[in-house]
Design a protein around this ligand. Structure first.
Ligand code: URA
Length: 349
C-alpha cells in the first residue's frame, strides 16, 4: 500500500497538465487530475515550490487545491466535465513531447509502464503516440541522414569540464548518442597531467555513465597501478562518447566505431584536451590514436616512444586493455600486458 501511494504521488507530479485560463485579468493555470489515492495534500508542497509564482488550481474528483502565490486553499471535488477544456498549451505539450520522443528508443512496454494507458485520455500528448510509433523507423533513418558533419556545433565555446559534461547530453552530431543509454564523458582531475583516451564506452559504461568501469577498466586499473599510477590522478575519456553496439537477442555486442564516428566526435575530445591541458596523452588502441593523431596508426609499430602533439603535450600510443582480454593465449596476454605497463610507465611524469 505504501509503495502504491508513493507511486501515485510521483505519477501525479509527472502527469498533471495545467490549462491556462484568464480570470479577472489574472492568468490562472487549472489542471484536472484523477489520482488513485487521497494524495492531494501529500503533493501540496511539491506544486507550491515548483509553481510558486503562478496562480493555479489542481482539481480532483475528491478535492481541489488552489494556490494564489501567497497561500493554499482546499476546496471540494470537481467532476471532469467541469474542468477547463483544451487550450493552446495542449499544442505546446504535444510539440514538446514530439520533440523529446526518441524514435530510436521506442519501447512500447516501457512507454505503457511510464504513461499508463488509463491516463492517456487526460494527457494531451498521448494522442500522438500511435503516429509517432508508426513513424519511428523512418525518423531513425532521417536522424542518421540529417546528422551534421561534426559535434562542434553542440559544444559551448570556452566551456569548462562541468559544462561540457552537461552539453554532451544534447549532442546529436551522429546517431550514436540517440541509440545509447547516454553519452559517457571523461572523468578525472580537471588539471590532470596525464589524459588517457580509450575507444568508446562499453556496455557497463553505457549503463552507469562512467568511463572504464567494466572489464577493460579493471585491466586498465591493474596496469596503471603496476606502472605506479593511481587511477585517481589521470583523466580518463574516450575518442567516441557513446556506445556503438549491435543487438543480438537480449545482448548488446560492441561494434568498433567507424572513422566517421571518430571524426564527428573528435571536437569533444579536443575540448577536453583544451580544458585539462595534460602533459601526456595516452592513446589506448587504434581508435584513440586515430582520433588524437588524425591518421591511422599501427600500435605495434609506433608504441614505446613519445610522439609530439600540437598542444606541446607528448603522446604515447599503446594497446587497448580489451586486446588483453581478447588475447588468444596466455603468452600473448602476458606480452600485451607487459607492453601496456611499459607504455604507461613511459607516460608517467
Ligand atoms: N573501453 C573503452 O575504450 N572505454 C571505456 O570507457 C570502456 C571500455
Amino acid at each position: 500500500m505504501r509503495k502504491a501511494i508513493r507511486n501515485d504521488i510521483h505519477k501525479m507530479r509527472a502527469f498533471v497538465r495545467f490549462r491556462r485560463v484568464m480570470q479577472d485579468d489574472i492568468e490562472q493555470y487549472v489542471a484536472w487530475y484523477r489520482p488513485d489515492h487521497y494524495i492531494l495534500g501529500a503533493n501540496e508542497r511539491f506544486f507550491v515550490e515548483r509553481f510558486g509564482a503562478m496562480h493555479w488550481a489542481i482539481l480532483t474528483p475528491d478535492g481541489s487545491l488552489v494556490w494564489d502565490t501567497q497561500q493554499v486553499r482546499y476546496g471540494p471535488g470537481v467532476p471532469r466535465s467541469e474542468a477547463p477544456a483544451e487550450d493552446e498549451l495542449e499544442d505546446l505539450w504535444r510539440a514538446y513531447y514530439a520533440s523529446i520522443y526518441n524514435p530510436a528508443r521506442r519501447n512500447l512496454d516501457a512507454m505503457r509502464a511510464q504513461l499508463p494507458v488509463r491516463r492517456w485520455q487526460d494527457l494531451p500528448e498521448s494522442r500522438l503516440i500511435p503516429e509517432l510509433v508508426r513513424l519511428s523507423p523512418g525518423r531513425v533513418e532521417s536522424m542518421i541522414d540529417a546528422r551534421p558533419a561534426s559535434a562542434s556545433e553542440f559544444i559551448p565555446r570556452d566551456a569548462d569540464l562541468p559544462l561540457l559534461r552537461e552539453a554532451v547530453h544534447h549532442c546529436r552530431a551522429c546517431e550514436l548518442c540517440a541509440l545509447a543509454t547516454q553519452p559517457v564523458f571523461g572523468e578525472g582531475p580537471p588539471d590532470a597531467r596525464i589524459l588517457v583516451v580509450g575507444e568508446q564506452p562499453g556496455d557497463e559504461e553505457d549503463h552507469t555513465g562512467h568511463p572504464f568501469v567494466g572489464p577493460a577498466g579493471r585491466v586498465l586499473d591493474a596496469a596503471l597501478s603496476e606502472a605506479g599510477l593511481d587511477r585517481d590522478v589521470v583523466y580518463l575519456t574516450n575518442a567516441v562518447k557513446a556506445f556503438r553496439f549491435e543487438e543480438r537477442g537480449k545482448r548488446r555486442i560492441h561494434k568498433t566505431p567507424r572513422a566517421a564516428h571518430i571524426a564527428v566526435c573528435r571536437p569533444w575530445l579536443e575540448a577536453e584536451l583544451d580544458a585539462v591541458k595534460p602533459r601526456r596523452i595516452v592513446c589506448l588502441g587504434a581508435t584513440a590514436a586515430q582520433s588524437v593523431l588524425g591518421r591511422t596508426v599501427q600500435i605495434g609499430a609506433e608504441r614505446g616512444h613519445l610522439l609530439p602533439h600540437g598542444s606541446g603535450a607528448e603522446i604515447v600510443v599503446t594497446y587497448h586493455p580489451s586486446a588483453i582480454l581478447r588475447a588468444p593465449d596466455a603468452g600473448t596476454r602476458t606480452e600485451l600486458t607487459r607492453a601496456l605497463v611499459a607504455d604507461l610507465t613511459l607516460a608517467r611524469l
